[in-house]
Design a protein around this ligand. Sequence first.
Ligand code: UD1
Length: 426
Amino acid sequence: MDKLIIRGGNRLSGTIPISGAKNAALTLIPCALLTDEPVTLRNLPRLADIDGFQHLMNQFGVNTAIQGTRPEDFGRTMRLEGTRITSTVAPYDLVRKMRASILVLGPMLARSGEATVSMPGGCAIGNRPIDLHLKALEAFGAEIELTQGYVKAIAPDGGLPGGDFDFPVVSVGATENALMAAVLANGTSRLTGAAREPEIVDLCNLLTAMGAEIEGIGTSDVTVHGVKRLNGATYKVMPDRIEAGSYACAAAITGGEVRLEGANAADMISTLSALRNIGLEIKEDAKGVNVAANGPLKPVDLTTAPFPGLATDMQAQLMSLLCKAEGTSVLKETIFENRFMHVPELTRMGADISTQGRTAVVKGPAQLTGAEVMATDLRASMSLIIAALAAEGETQVRRIYHLDRGYERLEEKLQLVGADIERVDD
Ligand code: UD1
């Protein structure tokens, strides 16, 4: 298994190209199940999760072809053609590695009248139920059975009627599943309390390009008028706001200055506002975002929340950055329980962090030193890399398969701006 070796202390400076968004890609790919025409997705990141999802689509009989497979290509294009669905089952072996596989449930049910999906695994960040995915589909008229670790959803003869669902908790995945099911329903569906993350807007934009009728895109009150059939489309995946935010923290902790080429500031509103409060200079334009650390880092109090609030996927990276701020910061995690698994590892690197329930208190500035650390989930892994970039000496990060699930060519991008980082065979 590979590990990353980082020698801290280099000031990052230069331009980092931002990839297509993993979390958008993972909901755009299953849209190919909704039509017998080809769906072509551009700007897909080169990531293990995307490859995993491609295999899952092949399992259903969807043919896939990829362009841009040369090592020097950033952004690949995938053509997906589901002329005929040959299986409606997502098996355990494929689903266990990737929680997002549950996102095939809605579109498969809408297209084929039934879908069977193994219960998902994925990042170990707390107990991540799928009850809302199932309740929304039930509200649209599906019958749900749970047997032997599988969820089976069945539509009435003649297809899903559609219906109304009010989300008691904002859920990105459940909103996506519900939208993909509702677009082919016989009637109109209304979702209230829906998630409105930029990735949901990206999904709605693709569905609209395919002929779906959706009102209230980007709001928490969305109405979908079901249509008889959808056509194919060609669509460019949005830039990855979490990747961009992560590199902003990486540059900031080294006192550096980077341009995040291709990042969309409007999608990063809370992260950029947090970074400004920490004392960074942020400049936005139509093609990217510039981040510069020109003075001491200031402590801040941050609370994660559904969009437009601060993304939970940025919490760990911001925590690393705040280890270097001059004073005490408080971070509250409201989305997932058990999402402080990076704290013990950061502490081993010299951070002064205490947690109580869902609150972490970070005392800075800490003198960080290199250590052997272990990545526990995707964003936690990135927080260790950020800390390592500012630490004295060498840090070894193991279990980096988590990183390969979410950061396209991480070490190459960091090398581009002057980081001393290499991947070695363990
Ligand atoms: C998605 C993102 C993930 C991000 C998260 C929150 C993808 C592939 N992943 O995950 O990176 O951290 O949004 O922004 O897009 N919940 C329930 N019942 C459900 C579903 C969710 O109670 O059926 C709860 C969860 O436990 C959690 C909260 O809702 O407390 C939010 O989870 P959700 O938005 O669904 O996260 P994901 O879609 O899994």
